[in-house]
Design a protein around this ligand. Structure first.
Ligand code: NAD
Ligand code: ZN
Length: 284
């Protein structure tokens, strides 16, 4: 039997809990960590909060990396998940991605476990500001940096990238914008390494899992515990766990079925097989 047919057979008639990782967005041009060959250690929350030099480095790299993320478009995998949700066959995705592409694809009830790069939050007063506005402020504060530099800079999934302008990320002359309300320290509204996913989000995701009949993992190695725990809990509840991922994942031993394939190919086929209208590009 075709892998997708077998997958559809397993999941048919069950409301899906969908857990998404970086592999869902690689076909939109945003690299995942594990296949991108980036060896630089992840950005640590504690260092970001404590060290102005770390923040300068982050924002100068993020200035270069943001245009690529902001330009990215959802791919057929994102659209298939939105179609499954619209058809009532799946809950809105619980995603580890910070790129906002589920919203762009039309998913309605998205849980962004690790936050979103489109927003920036003040660590001192909690004020929020759009990332695009901060991009403009960085450009105004640092006229020697050209935003077009970002178009060619190698990008990291979290928007971090090597700066190729005349200023380096470590250059003390890079000016970091502060909070418009209180002048405080700005941070992208994402969960950095060493920080925790906010408890209410985890609880909302568990509640969604408990209202589901199967777990579908899309494009995640599940190396990070914050994603893995949902596959584990699903298996503990006796729900079938299905995984669509290129390569192995930490939850393979728990899975009733794994499909090693491209999310952008497998998901539209799955959604169509499950009967979700609008799941593939040739659907009316
Ligand atoms: P990961 O990098 O650990 O795993 C991604 C998996 O997807 C890999 O096993 C890879 O082989 C697979 N994959 C790549 N392209 C695929 C495709 N087209 N179809 C199917 N599978 C594909 O990612 P993760 O598990 O999400 O953990 C990484 C962490 O980094 C997360 O915490 C996330 O917040 C963050 N992150 C976010 C983004 C984003 O927002 N797009 C990108 C990278 C990393
Ligand atoms: Zn503030």
């Amino acid at each position: 039997m075709e892998p997708v047919t077998a997958l559809a057979q397993l999941l048919s008639g069950r409301r899906l809990f969908v857990l998404v990782g970086a592999g869902c967005s690689t076909e939109s041009g945003i690299p995942d960590y594990r296949s991108s060959g980036i060896t630089r250690p992840p950005l640590e929350h504690r260092a970001f909060v404590a060290d102005p030099a770390v923040r300068r480095r982050y924002w100068s790299r993020s200035f270069a990396g943001w245009p690529r993320i902001a330009r990215a478009q959802p791919n057929p995998a994102h659209r298939a998940l939105a179609a499954l949700e619209r058809a009532g066959l799946a809950h809105g995705p619980v995603t580890q991605n910070v790129d906002g592409l589920h919203h762009a694809a039309g998913s309605l009830d998205v849980i962004e476990l690790h936050g979103a790069l489109r927003e920036v939050v003040c660590l001192d007063c909690g004020a929020r500001e759009g990332r695009d506005a901060v991009q403009d402020r960085i450009a105004a504060l640092n006229p020697a940096l050209r935003p077009s530099d970002g178009e060619v800079a190698p990008s990291r999934p979290d928007g971090d990238a090597a700066v190729v302008g005349t200023l380096s990320g470590d250059d003390a002359s890079f000016a970091v914008p502060g909070c418009l309300r209180c002048g405080g320290v700005l941070k992208p509204a994402v969960v950095m390494f060493g920080d925790n996913v906010p408890k209410p989000l985890v609880e909302a995701a568990y509640a969604r899992l408990d209202a589901s009949d199967a777990v579908l993992v899309v494009g995640s190695s599940l190396t990070v515990f914050s994603g893995y725990r949902f596959a584990k809990r699903g298996a503990e509840r006796g729900l079938p766990v299905a995984i669509v991922n290129r390569g192995p994942t930490r939850a393979d031993p728990l899975a009733a079925r794994t499909v090693d394939g491209m999310a952008g190919t497998v998901l539209p086929a799955l959604a169509a097989a499950l009967g979700a209208p609008g799941a593939s590009a040739d659907d009316p």
